[in-house]
Design a binder for this molecule. Structure first.
Ligand SMILES: NC(=O)c1ccc[n+]([C@@H]2O[C@H](COP(=O)([O-])OP(=O)(O)OC[C@H]3O[C@@H](n4cnc5c(N)ncnc54)[C@H](O)[C@@H]3O)[C@@H](O)[C@H]2O)c1
Length: 443
């Protein structure tokens, strides 16, 4: 079939929403995306190498906090969503969207092994007329220089036989104001036909599609968004330390600065960066920049400031206990919130783990509570294994220090402040509590 016929056939199927969409990687990004495509009428295949996830989905159960089991059960019962761990099913799809992890290695270099494996899996059954879209966050050039040759290894060529594009995921789990379908999507094709097909794929599913001239621009756009956050968070983290030394509350400063109607966007300090994106993605660019002989000094510096925050928090805990004639050693310290951010159940890259390890190393009698994380999961770089301690009045009064790391809505901070003795607050969660019994120290 001629390329323009392949293009037109797929375009027609996308416009009529009869195109079958396969999502590879049914995690925090892939599962909501599968839901979004299915809700807009596309038949969706979900492929994941984790058989446990596939079994749960087949049984109508969700493993992601903000997607309900009822929703999954409905999609499965309606025949609109087929989870599978059989890669052969990818041949049935017209469009294949890749949402696999892109972490860092132990040496803080991009771990592209998931993209490579996924590319090889697709290449084995790639057929003419298919569209492949990479969504995983990565450095500019990955789609064209890394994924493309893997997909072309068996003789099919982009632009002639199949189509290839990049569209960054912008999921913000736990944000009640935005979901996959209400966040505009940036799309860049490896060639113009690929770009147009990818635009047509997302158009019915999301609020707005923003076409850009290439896959590289789309990749760079995502890195810019996350680097912007990492650098600005580092700035307020640094100011927190400086203002604290001056006896000034950084939170009050930001609240005041925020009243400026232009030229200022508020970012907030915290115990360190967490999650799958902001602590990781800028280093993809740092790594890629080195190959071009250029350096990313801003990013490195932001990383340095942000990664020093857990140590700063632990130092503040030590100082707060010291005022009462205590040390971290043997003090009963309870960490409130171990998820990487408010109201989510995702503990990946959470600074809580680093903080807990530092406290444990200094001899603290450690516990934690997180309504979203009943037991600490096994992490790649951390070893502490605890289960969440129930919060009771008795428990609170028996702790030397309650350390707020994640300000989940589920915590009743007024009640906690009435029963705890000392609170170290890294999130300004205790602001506005009129007459706390606890001594409150910000960190
Ligand atoms: N979580 C977020 O908030 C977020 C936001 C924006 C962008 N991203 C980016 O999206 C991508 C995915 O992140 P995530 O949070 O969904 O990760 P995740 O770990 O929650 O999910 C990834 C899924 O991929 C599966 N998987 C791994 N290798 C596979 C393979 N070879 N074939 C099929 N499935 C495979 C895993 O079993 C897992 O279910 C990453 O690049 C991340 O940086 C994540």
């Amino acid at each position: 079939m001629a390329t323009n016929k392949l293009f037109q056939d797929l375009m027609d199927r996308l416009e009529k929403r009869t195109a079958r969409v396969a999502i590879i990687g049914l995690g925090y990004v892939g599962l909501p995306l599968a839901d979004t495509f299915a809700a807009k009428g596309y038949p969706v295949i979900g492929f994941d190498v984790d058989p446990h996830k596939v079994e749960m989905l087949e049984a109508g159960k969700s493993y992601i906090g903000h997607i309900s089991s009822e929703r999954i059960a409905k999609l499965i019962a309606g025949g609109r969503f087929t989870p599978t761990s059989d890669p052969a099913r990818l041949a049935d799809a017209d469009a294949i969207v890749i949402c696999v992890p892109t972490p860092l290695t132990e040496y803080r270099e991009p771990d592209l092994s998931y993209i490579v494996k996924t590319g090889e899996t697709i290449a084995k059954r790639l057929r003419r007329g298919q569209l492949v879209v990479l969504e995983s966050t990565t450095y500019p050039g990955t789609t064209n220089q890394l994924l493309r040759p893997i997909l072309e290894a068996n003789g099919l060529a982009v632009g002639k036989d199949f189509f290839l594009a990049f569209s960054p995921e912008r999921e913000d789990p736990g944000n009640p104001n935005f979901s996959t379908s209400t966040i505009p999507k940036v799309v860049g094709g490896v060639d113009s036909e690929s770009g147009r097909l990818a635009v047509a794929l997302y158009k019915p599913a999301v609020t707005g599609v923003v076409p850009v001239s290439s896959a590289e621009v789309a990749e760079a756009c995502k890195i810019l968004e996350n680097t912007y956050r990492a650098v600005n968070i580092a700035l307020v983290n640094e100011l927190k330390v400086v203002f604290d030394a001056m006896g000034i509350d950084v939170w009050e400063v930001i609240a005041a600065a925020k009243t400026k109607p232009f030229g200022f966007q508020a970012f907030y300090p915290g115990p360190g960066l967490g999650g799958h994106c902001i602590p990781i993605d800028p280093f993809y660019l740092t790594w890629a920049a080195r190959r071009y002989g250029v350096h990313t000094r801003f990013i490195e510096l932001a990383g340095e400031v942000n990664t020093s925050m857990p140590r700063y928090v632990v130092q503040r805990v030590g100082e707060a206990l010291n005022v009462e004639g205590k040390s971290i050693n043997r003090s009963r310290i309870c960490v409130l919130g171990v998820a990487y951010k408010k109201d989510v159940d995702d503990p990946r890259e959470s600074p809580a783990f680093e903080i807990m390890e530092l406290l444990e190393r200094q001899g603290a009698d450690l516990s934690y509570n997180d309504p979203h994380v009943p037991a600490l999961p096994k992490m790649r770089h951390h070893h502490i294994r605890l289960t969440s301690s129930p919060l009771t009045e008795e428990f609170l009064t028996s702790r030397d220090c309650m350390l707020i790391v994640t300000e989940h809505k589920a915590f009743d901070f007024s009640w906690i402040a009435q029963h705890a003795r000392l609170i170290v607050d890294t999130r300004n969660a205790t602001a506005g509590i009129a007459t706390p019994k606890a001594r409150i120290v910000k960190a």
